[in-house]
Each structure stands twice: as structure tokens, then as C-alpha cells.
Write a protein that binds this ligand. Structure first.
Ligand SMILES: NC(=O)c1ccc[n+]([C@@H]2O[C@H](COP(=O)([O-])OP(=O)(O)OC[C@H]3O[C@@H](n4cnc5c(N)ncnc54)[C@H](O)[C@@H]3O)[C@@H](O)[C@H]2O)c1
Length: 272
């Protein structure tokens, strides 16, 4: 990660989903980029607020609470919400209402930059043999993917109508290491994620940019040329884990994990 300079700081940065897997990682890593990092989640946050931090618990489905949450912030890294495939009613609350509330509050409080944690599941029904750029028609692979697709549309609308800029990061699989063969293509290291969020926060004039969040993996399916202005240059690669991953039992060619970019998400549900 590059050294921070005063031009790469905001006064108050909001991080939603701060109690989650990526939220915990980014809580540590985003601190240099803000005078105050405002941490929020519906789940309790530990440890309590440290220096240059404040904790504001919030349910994203509560419009008034989100309005108060966003007040006073200069930029938002929006990770909060349901992060797996779930019944529609759960997705509706955390993700669909949640993202709408975030942008409405951003509009009311004059926030000009959002980094939205979108997902590869907006294009999950493409085959793993296909290569995509940001202009590919979305093919969400479930209610979760639909909600991220909606979030990207909300981001575009709030740019066109209100000039609020967003980078929607279609995160692949951001974990300490790739857990399976599919993730050899989709893996995003925490260092590369941090670098991508830094670029997403501070690159001027991003309008609404869609970028695929993957490391420099050999078998990557995604082309980020439409987001070249971000200057994102991943440094890590899943190749270093190949022997470990390929020691796993083979995946049947008929398994969705071997067919679709969204893997097993394409085969979940129905829930009732
Ligand atoms: N980790 C990945 O590889 C990956 C891949 C694609 C997209 N993403 C997206 O990145 C973001 C972070 O992912 P993660 O892996 O840390 O997920 P996570 O589930 O660990 O974290 C999400 C957080 O959102 C909070 N949340 C859920 N509903 C909420 C609500 N109604 N109000 C407030 N907070 C709520 C949860 O309590 C949780 O702490 C998510 O938006 C996820 O969809 C992650």
C-alpha cells in the first residue's frame, strides 16, 4: 500500500459492516485515510472505539438511523448488509433498503464519494469460460446478486441525478487465501483490496465506475480496462496457493462450482 499523503485523507470516513470479515480487516487499514473513522454495524463492534475512531451502531434498514449515521461524514465505504444468499425478505432489509438509505442520506448530507461493496454475484450466471468487462450485461445469480445489481443501479442514478460519485467494486473472494479451485480465479488479497479501496476513495472524477475486485490471478475472468483510470495494479496472485488448492478432491464437471462464475450461489434456494 502506498504512503498516505495529506491529499489522501478525509475528515470523517464512514465504514459500514465494520464488524464483518472485511470490516475488521479494513478498520485497521483505513485509519490512515481519515481523521476520524466512523465504524458502524448492526452487530456489536469489538474492540470499542480507539483513538481516531467512533462507533455508531445502526440497522441499515432504518432510514432515520442511517440518516444520522451519515451526517458529518465526507465519504462512505459501504460494506454493510447480508453477504450471502438468503431469503428475499432478509436481503430486502439489509441490502436493498440499506443501500437506498445510504444514498439518500449521502444526498441529504452532501457526501460526494461512496465505495460500494458490490459482488461477482451480479454476473454469477456467466460461465467460467467467458471473459467479461464492466460493460457485460449483468446476470445476477440469486437474491443477493440482485441486491448488488440494484445497488449498482442506485449508484449510477445518484451520480446522474445528484453527482454523487461511486466506485462499485465487484469483489471476487476476499479471504486470507483461496479456499477452492473457483477462488483461484476470484481471489482478492487483503492488500489488493485495501489498495483498490484507496484508489476508489481518492481518484478524481470516477463518476460511477465498476471495477472487478480480484488479485493478479493467472486464471482471472475479468477485464478491468473500463476502470483503468483508477490505476489499480494488483500485486498478489492466487498462484502461490495453487499446489494447496489442487491437492483438494476434484470438483465434478457438472458441479455449479465448476461451471458458473458465481459457483454454488447459482444453485441455492428456493427458501420456501
Ligand atoms: N468477502 C468477500 O469475498 C466478498 C465478496 C463479494 C462481496 N462482498 C461484500 O463485501 C461486504 C463485506 O463482506 P464480508 O465478507 O465482510 O461480509 P460479512 O457478512 O462478514 O459482513 C457484513 C456485515 O454487515 C452487517 N449487516 C448485515 N445486515 C445489516 C443491517 N441490516 N444493518 C447493518 N449492518 C448489517 C453484518 O452484521 C456484518 O458485520 C458485503 O457487502 C459483501 O456482500 C464480500
Amino acid at each position: 500500500m502506498s504512503e498516505t499523503t495529506p491529499s489522501q485523507r478525509v475528515s470523517r470516513l464512514l465504514l459500514t459492516g465494520a464488524a464483518g470479515g472485511l470490516g475488521k480487516v479494513l478498520r485497521e487499514r483505513l485509519r490512515p485515510y481519515a481523521d476520524i473513522l466512523r465504524l458502524s454495524d448492526i452487530a456489536s463492534l469489538a474492540p470499542a472505539a480507539g483513538p481516531h475512531e467512533e462507533v455508531v451502531p445502526c440497522d441499515l434498514s432504518d432510514k432515520k438511523a442511517v440518516d444520522a449515521l451519515v451526517a458529518g461524514c465526507d465519504a462512505i465505504v459501504h460494506l454493510g448488509g447480508v453477504s450471502v444468499e438468503r431469503p428475499f425478505e432478509e436481503i430486502l432489509e439489509g441490502n436493498i433498503k440499506g443501500v437506498f438509505h445510504i444514498y439518500e442520506a449521502a444526498r441529504r448530507h452532501g457526501v460526494k464519494r461512496v465505495v460500494f461493496a458490490s459482488s461477482n454475484h451480479v454476473i454469477g450466471f456467466y460461465k467460467q469460460t467467458e471473459h467479461l468487462d464492466a460493460h457485460a450485461l449483468r446476470r445476477p445469480d440469486g437474491y443477493y446478486g440482485l441486491s448488488k445489481s440494484f445497488g449498482e443501479d442506485v449508484a449510477q442514478f445518484y451520480f446522474d441525478r445528484w453527482g454523487i460519485e461511486t466506485v462499485s467494486i465487484r469483489i471476487g473472494s476476499s479471504f486470507p487465501e483461496p479456499a477452492n479451485r473457483r477462488m483461484m480465479s476470484t481471489w482478492l488479497s487483503y492488500d489488493d483490496l485495501t489498495s483498490l479501496i484507496e484508489k476508489s476513495l481518492f481518484t478524481p472524477d470516477v463518476k460511477h465506475t465498476i471495477v472487478y475486485g480480484a488479485s493478479a490471478n493467472k486464471d482471472v475472468w475479468w477485464d478491468n480496462s473500463a476502470a483503468a483510470h483508477l490505476g489499480y495494479a494488483p500485486k498478489d496472485t492466487s498462484e502461490v496457493f495453487r499446489a494447496k488448492v489442487e491437492a483438494q478432491p476434484p470438483v465434478a464437471p457438472t458441479d455449479p462450482n465448476a461451471i458458473y462464475q458465481g459457483g454454488g450461489f447459482t444453485a441455492q434456494g428456493p427458501f420456501e
